[in-house]
Design a protein around this ligand. Structure first.
Ligand code: SF4
Length: 482
């Protein structure tokens, strides 16, 4: 039943209907869109391009979404069709506010399927894809509200934009600031945690995860463009999908849930190295270790633990299960003996006692982490940690950092020496005629060590070669390409 003041709109191809049931406001914009259609139609005579038919249902917020999608597609050279049957693809932006609105959305989808058959659904109803897919299993894609990227990506997949020498100044993988052979892949924005030393959530807001299909499409594009190593990043990678309740999205012929494990597994199928960064020790992290052991993703975890003393971790309000961490690391190594763990730690956190610091040093000696960074606590303005304990004097912080790194360098050197004589896969970052610099699977770019490679044949950046390790330093390795 419709809400008071709610006038159900009548969808027709390429008309925009907008109704806000909550505010009982009706905003007619059909005339505006007709004007756009006419200008588009005249363009079409001189410049044929893929044609989109668009139905927009719902409130003003949905209308803005429609405008954004259309603006994006128009900027890429797509044209708007007046009728479904003349279009290359139809987009239906649905409303799911009331049952009547849902029924109307389903009927608009049905109409588009009958008249065209190549249909992409987005908007509020897209948040419950099962309901839509049950009725229309042949849909090209179903994306949720505000998922502009997904809609545009689905359109690209259904009907790629026409080549335009003026628009195609940007390569398909976008503008990248990293070397061609590796790229960062951001899977979410923001963070739901409230670590007391960090102000990122107040700057970037709560966690917003990208649909898995979006991430996978971007990753696939990168791999096709020559990227050999994907570096998965976010503020809290293992929390991926919590905000969307792990919503599934359509990737190739299947639905992929926005879950840490599912995404890692799918990324592992793309044929590139996949390296996970900013993973917190939630229990479900255990699930990805077998993927590492099987060689699907790199046996590498960047896991910023920040401290090892339970009382300091409590004051830091760190996420994840920090208890019995050593046991878990031991189990992970049993499953995947090559696992390299990188972590960062903070010394001199407000109120850190000598005893708490000693706990950290003992822990680091026992954990034997491959890669470790250490920072002295900095009282960032706005961080709640500044008010929860006595500030540690700067000279004490510096001395603790020195002692911590000294303890770790002994661990690192021993682990590195254990690699002498082994054959490791190395990705080349910089190459000369007979020497090159690269990284093993245990080394992320910029933050970890390098492998210095001598080679009889010329190597190129992005080559992945087998290197026999001949010499080790605390962070770098030296070897010969075989
Ligand atoms: S998890 Fe990371 S980004 Fe989130 S609050 Fe903690 S330190 Fe900041």
């Amino acid at each position: 039943m419709a809400a008071a003041g709610y006038t159900p709109p009548h969808p027709v191809p390429f008309a925009i209907h907008t109704v806000c049931p909550a505010a009982s406001v009706r905003i007619p914009v059909r005339a505006v869109m007709t004007a756009i259609a006419e200008s588009v139609a005249s363009d079409a005579v001189t410049k044929p391009a893929p044609r989109i038919s668009f139905v927009s249902l719902g409130c003003p917020k949905a209308l803005v979404d429609s405008e954004r999608i259309l603006t994006h597609l128009r900027a890429e050279g797509y044209e708007l069709a007046r009728r479904h049957d003349g279009a290359d693809v139809v987009i239906v932006n649905t409303c799911g506010f009331l049952d009547s609105a849902k029924a109307e959305s389903l009927s608009a989808i049905g109409e588009a399927m009958a008249e065209n058959g190549r249909v992409i659904v987005t908007g509020c109803m897209g948040a419950q894809p099962e309901e839509i897919r049950e009725k229309y299993p042949q849909l090209l894609a179903v994306t949720g509200p505000q998922a502009y990227e997904s809609v545009v990506a689905a359109v690209h997949e259904a009907v790629p934009p026409a080549h335009d020498p003026f628009l195609d100044l940007i390569p398909p993988q976008g503008v990248k600031l990293t070397p061609r052979h590796y790229a960062y892949l951001k899977i979410s924005e923001g963070c739901n945690n409230r670590c007391t030393f960090c102000i990122i959530p107040s700057l970037r807001g709560d966690l917003v995860s990208r649909p898995a299909a979006d991430v996978l499409r971007e990753a696939e594009k990168l791999v096709k463009a020559g990227v050999k190593e994907l570096l998965v990043v976010s503020q809290d990678t293992s929390a991926y999908g919590v905000d969307t309740r792990y919503a599934a999205s359509r990737w190739q012929d299947r639905d992929v849930r926005a879950r840490f494990y599912d995404l890692s597994k799918e990324l592992g199928e793309l044929g590139a190295w996949v390296r996970l960064h900013y993973v917190y020790p939630y229990p479900h992290v255990d699930e990805v270790i077998p993927l590492m052991a099987e060689g699907k993703i790199l046996p590498y975890l960047d896991m910023p633990l920040q401290h090892a003393s339970p009382s300091v971790l409590k004051r830091m309000r760190r996420p994840g299960n920090q208890e019995k961490q050593l046991d878990r690391i031991r189990r992970w190594r049993e499953t995947c003996p090559d696992l390299a763990i990188r972590s960062t730690f903070i010394v001199g956190f407000p109120g850190e006692t000598d005893a708490e610091f000693e706990e950290l040093v003992d822990w680091i000696k026992e954990a034997k982490l491959e890669r470790v960074g250490c920072f002295e606590y900095e009282p960032v303005r706005g961080a709640t940690a500044n008010d929860i304990g006595v500030q540690v004097p700067p000279e004490v912080k510096a001395e603790r950092k020195r002692r911590f790194m000294e303890a770790q360098s002994g661990v690192s050197l021993k682990l590195q020496r254990g690699k002498v004589g082994k054959r490791l896969q190395v990705i080349i970052d910089e190459a000369g005629p007979t020497v090159a610099k690269g990284r093993s699977k245990a080394d992320a770019p910029e933050i970890d060590g390098s492998v210095h490679v001598s080679s009889r044949r010329p190597l190129r950046p992005g080559d992945i070669v087998t290197v026999k390790i001949e010499r080790a330093e605390a962070y770098d390795l030296h070897g010969i390409a075989v």
